[in-house]
Structures are given as structure tokens and as C-alpha cells.
Design a protein around this ligand. Structure first.
Ligand code: ADP
Length: 343
């Protein structure tokens, strides 16, 4: 039977016990490490003292402490009366849960906003349309209604695709020829490119262009990059898609000569729903989710994506995919095991 001190030290929860006179009688290893950093020391120790005083007075209490860090940390301090007039405080690091909750709350708020905007527009247009007799106006209003409905439908499609990719459960791990991925992706954007007057050039470097991964996810990622390159080219081409094999990885570069990205936005473009210029998005039909999909697919494949851009000159997105693939990182607890082809 291990001694109780050893048991307490094995707990991830910080535990501090004081006797009825308020004198400390136990502090386990986790509690020491929680309060071990200089900045956290003061704030957390003060919180523990405050809570223990309340507990000695017979009250249960709880407090959430946000430490600026680095790294930013959120700790819950709880205290309750314990034994004969003594008190016990616990410290729990809830940073991960807090961040997940915050991401979820922000996401729901963003989704609601993104869907409410076109629904609101459709409803106003429909009300105006009611009782309207002017044929030309009817045509214009109904045309705008169609555009808003299509925009909403694109947002829903992208959201579904992003959540499917984030779950990771559907991910295949097979040998994928990236030359085929690039062909398929550019085919998908061909219509948009010809309508925009932008040509797409594909350059395949010499060497093996295979990686381990999921063909459909990779087509989705490369397709989004090529689509953006065309959309934000402002009619100025060409868009160049290069495939560059290396010994342990293959690079995909998508370069355009379009509007570019301002330095203040470059760190944010991979965030969900982030768009540099919200007013442009009406004309480009963007959902702000394309690059989130790219980022997630690349992460699922154990790769990296980065961008360099100059306003008015164009942008280059570079994806590096290791040949061995990655492991899907299901954020929402989906089936994390990669499925293999044929299963
Ligand atoms: P969207 O559906 O709006 O294109 P993305 O997530 O794909 O959403 O991209 C986010 C934002 O990043 C875009 O709204 C655009 O402002 C900017 N962006 C992405 N790709 C390019 C590019 N090749 N050139 C210039 N801006 C780009």
C-alpha cells in the first residue's frame, strides 16, 4: 500500500490542505508546480488563500483564474470544508477545455452570422418582391435572391466539408499521385478560370510525385488554392501550379499575379470566415472557409502550408506534404484511425 503522500503527488489535480487554524498541512506535487512560476505564484496563492478562508468559515467556493502566461493558462480553484474544521483546496488546469469551449462558441456565433446575413437579405428581397408589378424590377430582385441563396448553399457545403475533414474519420491512407490531384483540382476550376479570362499553367518537376494520403481531401485543398488564385487574380494571369518532388516530401506551389494580401491580414487568412475585404466577397462569392479547409487537410497529412504575398503583385501558397503522410487529428472526437483503401 503506497503512502498517502505518494498517492496525492500522483494526482494531476493540485491539492492544498489547511488545519482549523489555517496552517498548511499538505500541498501535493501538482499544487507546487501550479504555483511554481513566479507570475502564477502570486495570483494562484492569493486565490488559494481566499478560497481556503471561505472554506474554513464553512463555505464551498470556486474561482476561475486566468493567467496571461506565456503560456496563457486557466485554472479553477475550488475549496471546501474538510474533516474536523479543516479545509481543502484543489487546483485544476482547465486551459484545454476552456480553449475548446471558446472555439466552439466563436464558431457557432460565426456560423449563425454567416447564415443570417443571406437569409435576412432573401427575406427583405422577398418582401419587396411581394406585390411588385414592374417586370424589370421583379427580374432584378429575384436574380439577387438566387445569388443570396447560392451563397448560403456554398457556405453550408463548405461547412459540411470542413467538418467532415476535421472529424478525420473518412480519411483514406493510400498512395496518391499528386500529379493526378493537381489535374483533378485544376479541372474543377477550369470553368471559373475561362470565365475570368485567367489561364492555369501546370508545371511538374522531375521525380516521384506520390505521397501517402487521401485523394479527395487533397483535391479539395489544392482546388481551393487554385480557385482562390483565379478569383483573386483580377483577370491577370497566368496562375501557376507547380509540383516539386523532393527526397522526403513533395511541394505544391500555387502562384498568382493578382491583388495580393496586405501584411496585416496575412496571419489571419487561415481562420474560419476571415476575409480580407468583406465587400469583395460579394463579387467573388467567397465563404471565408476555403483556406481553413486547406489548413486542415495539410495538417491531416502531416504537412505545412505557408504564403508569401505582395499587394498588387500576387501571392504564392506553398504546401509541403511529407511522403509518409500524417495522422488525421479529429478535433471533435471522430474516428481517428485512418481508413485504408479497400476497407
Ligand atoms: P474565400 O472563400 O473568401 O476565398 P478563403 O478562406 O479561401 O475564403 O480565403 C480567405 C481570404 O484570404 C479571402 O477572402 C481573400 O481575402 C484572401 N485570399 C485567399 N487567397 C488569396 C489569393 N490567392 N490572393 C489574394 N487574397 C487571397
Amino acid at each position: 500500500m503506497p503512502d498517502l503522500g505518494g498517492v496525492l503527488d500522483a494526482l494531476p489535480l493540485g491539492v492544498v490542505v489547511v488545519n482549523e487554524a489555517g496552517a498548511e498541512v499538505a500541498r501535493n506535487a501538482a499544487a507546487v508546480s501550479f504555483t511554481g512560476t513566479r507570475h502564477a505564484d502570486v495570483l494562484l496563492n492569493e486565490a488559494v488563500d481566499r478560497q481556503l478562508k471561505l472554506a474554513l468559515a464553512g463555505r464551498n467556493s470556486v474561482e476561475q483564474i486566468h493567467l496571461a502566461g506565456p503560456p496563457p493558462t486557466v485554472v479553477i480553484v475550488r475549496a471546501e470544508p474538510f474533516g474536523h474544521g479543516a479545509a481543502l483546496a484543489t487546483l485544476e488546469d482547465i486551459t484545454e477545455r476552456f480553449v475548446v469551449d471558446q472555439v466552439r462558441t466563436d464558431f457557432v456565433a460565426n456560423v449563425s452570422h454567416e447564415l443570417k446575413t443571406p437569409v435576412g437579405a432573401i427575406s427583405v428581397l422577398a418582401e419587396t418582391l411581394l406585390g411588385e408589378t414592374d417586370d424589370e424590377l421583379i427580374l432584378r430582385l429575384s436574380g439577387r435572391m438566387v445569388a443570396e441563396a447560392q451563397r448560403m448553399s456554398r457556405t453550408i457545403d463548405d461547412l459540411l466539408e470542413l467538418s467532415r475533414i476535421e472529424m478525420g474519420g473518412d480519411m483514406l491512407t493510400a498512395s496518391v499521385n499528386l500529379a493526378e490531384v493537381v489535374n483533378e483540382a485544376t479541372d474543377r476550376v477550369a470553368g471559373l478560370a475561362s470565365r475570368s479570362g485567367v489561364t492555369i499553367q501546370t508545371i511538374v518537376g522531375s521525380g516521384d510525385t506520390h505521397v501517402v494520403g487521401d485523394f479527395f481531401q487533397l483535391v479539395s485543398a489544392v482546388g481551393n488554392l487554385v480557385e482562390n488564385a483565379v478569383k483573386y487574380s483580377d483577370g491577370k494571369g497566368p496562375v501557376r501550379v507547380s509540383l516539386l518532388p523532393h527526397a522526403t516530401a513533395v511541394d505544391i506551389e500555387v502562384a498568382d499575379q493578382g491583388i495580393g494580401i496586405p501584411p496585416t491580414s496575412i496571419d489571419r487568412i487561415f481562420e474560419r470566415f476571415y476575409r480580407v475585404d468583406k465587400s469583395r466577397e460579394r463579387t467573388t462569392g467567397g465563404t471565408g472557409l476555403g483556406l481553413s479547409i486547406v489548413k486542415r487537410v495539410v495538417t491531416n497529412h502531416g504537412g505545412e502550408v505557408n504564403v508569401s504575398s505582395h499587394e498588387g503583385e500576387g501571392s504564392v501558397f506553398r504546401v509541403r506534404l511529407p511522403r509518409t503522410g500524417g495522422r488525421p487529428t479529429g478535433m471533435m472526437g471522430g474516428n481517428d484511425e485512418p481508413r485504408t483503401n479497400g476497407q
